[in-house]
Ligand binder design. Sequence first.
Ligand code: CTP
Length: 409
Amino acid sequence: MTENSRPPTLGGARLVLGVTGSIAAYKAVSLLRALVREGATVDVVMTRAATKFITPLTFEVLSGRPVVTGLFEAHQEMRHLSLPEHADAILVAPATANFLAKAALGIADDPLSTMQLTAHCPLICAPAMDGGMWSHPTVKGHVQTLRARGVIVIDPEEGALASGRLGQGRLAEEERILVGVRSALTPRRDWEGQRLLLSAGPTQEPIDPVRYISNRSSGKMGYAIAEAASNRGAQVVLVSGPTSLSPPQGVEVVPVETAEEMAKHMNTRMSWSTVVVMAAAVADFRPKHAAELKLKKRGKPTTTLDLEQTTDILAALSARRTTQVLVGFAAETHDLLTHAKAKLSSKGLDVIVANDVTRPGGGFGSDQNAATLIERDGRITDLPLKSKRELADDILNAAQRWLTPLKKR
Ligand code: CTP
């Protein structure tokens, strides 16, 4: 089906399109046309900086409605209050680092930032900025705050930026933004009734009171799955190793440190669950004896740690499973598919998410990842580099194929 013959999916929707002061503001013109073409009524709100890049008249002509640009213009009186009251969603595209900061902190000094404070409808942000800004810890922190609050943030894409540099910061492709708007308006509740038991993050295995063995896992993939499943209606218990992430809304978090604690809590909740996803990077070995006092280096030019294997949590859960769907991860540096297929069968899984952690742009700590899903029946799906949040929905879709119809319990 071509773009033009697709039936309108936003028919009847009332949207606010916020445009902020990024060079990508010109892309909001095409976005507005696409929203209108899909049947939405769109009120455009521009920040002062946005009007330096593109004139309000352009949006006014294409939307057929007056454009809001200031808090105090007489004819625009109170529209910052009335517009969000009637809106089904607010889409801010492009969203600058400045807008994200104001939204995260609750600063209301122009119509758009004021609106997002008074609104009760979903907020979707499609950021665009220079790559260095997008990866700055302050911006990352604000994005995390917004996501934890339920805001849909559509990650910018990699490529050539206005500065001439290469990086992640380009406004997401129009279709990705439209998908975000559609899903905000018609949230999928296809996981209602499911109980997801999920692990995420690294484990820490103590050597002595101040040192431990761990790994580079940030927990982002697992937290993204928790958020996606909860949004789709599942009850979620997230057994999480130490991370710096805020738990998604509505998710019960069980904090743990070691593989043994993780094994204990996963085991206890197993019979409650309908789906188990082990996204945690569990340490495979731990020191045989954790020292009670800090180990001293004096007089020891070298030393040896005596290690023993931790429990393979997933294999143990698999041995006890009744009707649960089991999903595992395989983080590999080489021979990805061979290792992943071997883990799928040795651990008795329905789906394994194989990812090459050496691939640039994805892996540990990144907000994006690429993966290959391998299912029990041999089906293989390659998922190109995308945000972990989007990947999370793909993983849930694959797990869903293996669910037996829900029985009343
Ligand atoms: N896993 C687990 N318990 C462990 C180790 C791993 O439950 N002690 C789970 C992980 O959460 C993941 C899957 O098993 O879902 C595969 O983990 P991975 O580290 O890729 O493989 P391992 O089985 O540890 O094998 P290897 O380290 O040799 O690759």
